[in-house]
Design a protein around this ligand. Structure first.
Ligand SMILES: [Zn+2]
Ligand SMILES: [Zn+2]
Length: 439
């Protein structure tokens, strides 16, 4: 294998934790850092370390609308974690390294477009913030995000649900058995983007064998068809057989071979809570694979504890693969049918739960399906919870390529809502002019 230059960014966030004994804590990265230093990886000419910068609020507001504002919902640690992911992307885009891996926390893949608080340990979505940075600064358009965390990447899915230029693929433990309880095969994207959200729910007990069948027969062929300009890996490591929060049986070798196949331009750390038994091995395996080096010797000392895959699990995996292969083959037909059926507008209403703070959000999105542009999106959001003042907002999101009529219609909708005065806050997220305006 040729040695490739790999950029690494570390940010363990010493001052950010949900609580001192919470599984999402700084030791997640400290053990990994020790292992990397012990293996001499940082002294290798093919590996270059970068320092994170702080992301700017304007970077975050390209993606998120915080109610009442994003600054009051996050800490400096969030800005550094996002800034670290941006630094990794910049190193790749400037051609200083072939690939990069940002090992930062807090994680981000459960954070949705509208933010009322923290859910699934996430307040802002690091990958989405990086994608919008890549689009704004480097003109990147077609992006694939492959989420390999054991939990469904519901935040990333939400943010790109109406975007046909972002392919979001998530495999995860079946939502009927694990947080956040979503990520089923019928969540495919809204009509104009139908088929560019692909969920692969896997049964508890899936091993390396099942996972690599999914990669070889579904993920890799879909990526080859989609031809993204850039591939991003939301690299969660909680599919490991020793992880305390989930029930999958993936090994460090399974993850390293995944990284080797995927050849992501940028990997971004998500979850993974088996702090001593798994994370150092998985991270070293991924780093070696991304750097094009030999990873075959990275093996957990307790590997004999990893169970084999029951036949019923293997069969269930094959069924999901066939279902999504068929969807992908039919995607253009399905999309034109869905667009025709929706007419001018498509909408959905959801309940979104913020487990950290016990907030319940009721949200309705209405998408304008415009034949001339990517249209606009209207969002009505109301959040309530005990000890939490009800917060409501009316939001218009104008797409980056919106036609003049859509831009006007979106702003008019906000003015009309404001005149009626049913909500507390009014926003226009104007991607066409790259700014978030509070009205
Ligand atoms: Zn996770
Ligand atoms: Zn339009």
């Amino acid at each position: 294998m040729d040695a490739k230059k790999l950029g690494l960014v570390f940010f363990p966030a010493f001052d950010w934790a949900i609580s001192p004994v919470h599984p999402e804590r700084e030791e997640r990265l400290l053990y990994t850092r020790d292992q990397i230093v012990e293996e001499g990886l940082l002294d290798m000419p093919s590996i270059q370390e970068y320092k994170p910068n702080m992301a700017k609020v304007s970077d975050i507001e390209r993606v998120h609308i915080g109610v009442p504002d994003i600054k009051s919902l996050i800490t400096n640690a969030h800005l550094v974690s996002s800034g670290g992911v941006i630094a990794a992307a910049d190193a790749v885009m400037r051609g200083e390294v072939d690939r990069a891996f940002a090992l930062t926390r807090p994680p981000g893949h459960h954070a949705m477009r509208v933010v009322h608080g923290t859910r699934g340990f996430c307040a802002i979505n690091n990958e989405a913030i990086m994608v919008e940075h890549l689009r704004k600064v480097y003109g990147v358009r077609k992006v694939a995000i492959v989420d390999t965390d054991v939990h469904h990447g519901d935040g990333t899915q939400d943010i790109f649900y109406h975007d046909p230029e972002t392919l979001f693929i998530s495999f995860h433990q079946d939502g009927r058995t694990l947080y956040p309880g979503t990520g089923f095969t019928d969540e495919l994207g809204s009509p104009m983007a139908l088929g560019t959200t692909i969920n692969i729910p896997l049964p508890p007990g899936t091993t390396d064998a099942g996972l690599h069948t999914v990669l070889d027969h579904l993920v890799m062929p879909v990526l080859a068809d989609f031809k993204p300009d850039i591939i991003i890996n939301s690299a969660g490591q909680d599919n490991h057989y020793s992880d305390p929060l989930a029930n999958m049986n993936i090994t460090a070798q399974g993850y390293a071979r995944l990284a080797d196949k995927l050849k992501a331009d940028i990997a971004v750390l998500e979850g993974g809570y088996s702090i001593e038994s798994a994370l150092p091995y998985i991270n070293v395996g991924i780093i070696l694979a991304m750097a094009g080096m030999d990873y075959s010797k990275v093996i957990e000392p307790d590997i004999h504890q990893c169970p084999s895959e029951p036949l019923s699990v293997t069969r269930a995996i094959k069924k999901v693969i066939v279902e999504q292969q068929n969807m992908w083959a039919m995607r253009e037909k399905l999309r034109s049918e869905a667009v025709a059926q929706a007419g001018d507008f498509w909408s959905r209403t959801r309940n979104i739960f913020y487990d950290e703070t016990g907030i319940n959000e009721q949200q309705t999105e209405t998408v304008r399906l415009c034949p001339k542009c990517s249209g606009y999106l209207l969002i009505v959001t109301e959040a309530y919870g005990s000890g939490f003042d009800c917060k409501s907002a009316f939001i218009a999101v104008i797409s980056w390529n919106a036609c003049a009529r859509c831009r006007q219609a979106a702003v008019d909708a906000v003015y009309k809502a404001k005149k009626q005065g049913k909500y507390q806050h009014y926003f226009v997220q104007n991607k066409y002019e790259d700014r978030l305006e509070k009205m």
